[in-house]
Write a protein of this length. Structure first.
Length: 223
């Protein structure tokens, strides 16, 4: 897992890290600025003193630079806090299942497979087929007639003797017919949430699942 540092965003504002921990060349810290200003005042010609406008401009410039540095430090702290909060908000989902838009089902904690098919209209017949990566059908069932809407289905992943048939991803194929002929159901599958990560470049935390990286907002439901 990675964490958000916000450095890329801060770099775009002109903040660069210095591995030696010293002030970058060509810049002054507050102490150096005051020392230089004092020396300049002492060395000025009493008959031709520094123009007040010039002095105010120099002080304003330093104040602006100092303010930007402080703002960058604050942004770094905020980025770190946001990264922690983003990951923390979904960390409790680890070990749970998420329903995502996918026609591929993966084993859940108990080895079962579960998915939902959204029917656009009433179906006179619905056929379920689960196909492994080799193209072999490992499980089939005819559900008969189903009403329009979400049709949930689960399979324990075992054959009639109780032996596990598959432990890998399976393609979900749903064949449905309505009064107007064949229809195309929208399939969503349940998958385990194995972890949470936060992109190094910033952004919201993401869910690590057997189906790949999933954004929290892409999870239709959590169980």
């Amino acid at each position: 897992m990675t964490s958000i540092t916000g450095q890329s965003y801060l770099d775009s504002l002109g903040s660069k890290s210095n591995p030696n921990g010293s002030a970058p060349n060509g810049t002054l810290d507050q102490s150096s600025f005051l020392t230089l200003m004092t020396a300049q005042l002492k060395a000025q010609d009493p008959f031709n003193p520094m123009d007040n406008t010039q002095m105010v401009a120099q002080m304003a410039q330093f104040s602006q630079v100092s303010g930007i540095a402080e703002m960058n430090q604050s942004l770094k702290a905020m980025a770190s806090d946001l990264a922690t909060a983003r990951v923390g908000n979904v960390a409790g989902w680890i070990g749970r299942a998420a329903l995502v838009s996918s026609a591929t089902a993966t084993p859940l904690a108990d080895g079962s497979y579960a998915f939902e098919a959204e029917l656009p209209e009433d179906a006179t017949n619905v056929q379920i087929d689960l196909v492994d990566p080799t193209g072999a059908v490992v499980h089939s069932q005819n559900l008969g007639a189903e009403k329009a809407g979400s049709v949930g289905y689960s399979w324990d992943g075992k054959d009639a003797e109780g032996n596990a048939v598959s432990t890998g991803p399976l393609k979900v194929m749903v064949t449905a017919y309505g009064a107007s002929g064949p229809m195309k159901p929208v399939i969503s599958s349940w998958t385990m949430i194995n972890g949470v990560q936060s992109p190094a470049a910033g952004g919201a935390a993401q869910l690590i699942t057997p189906l790949g990286i999933v954004k929290p907002e892409e999870a239709l439901r959590i169980a």
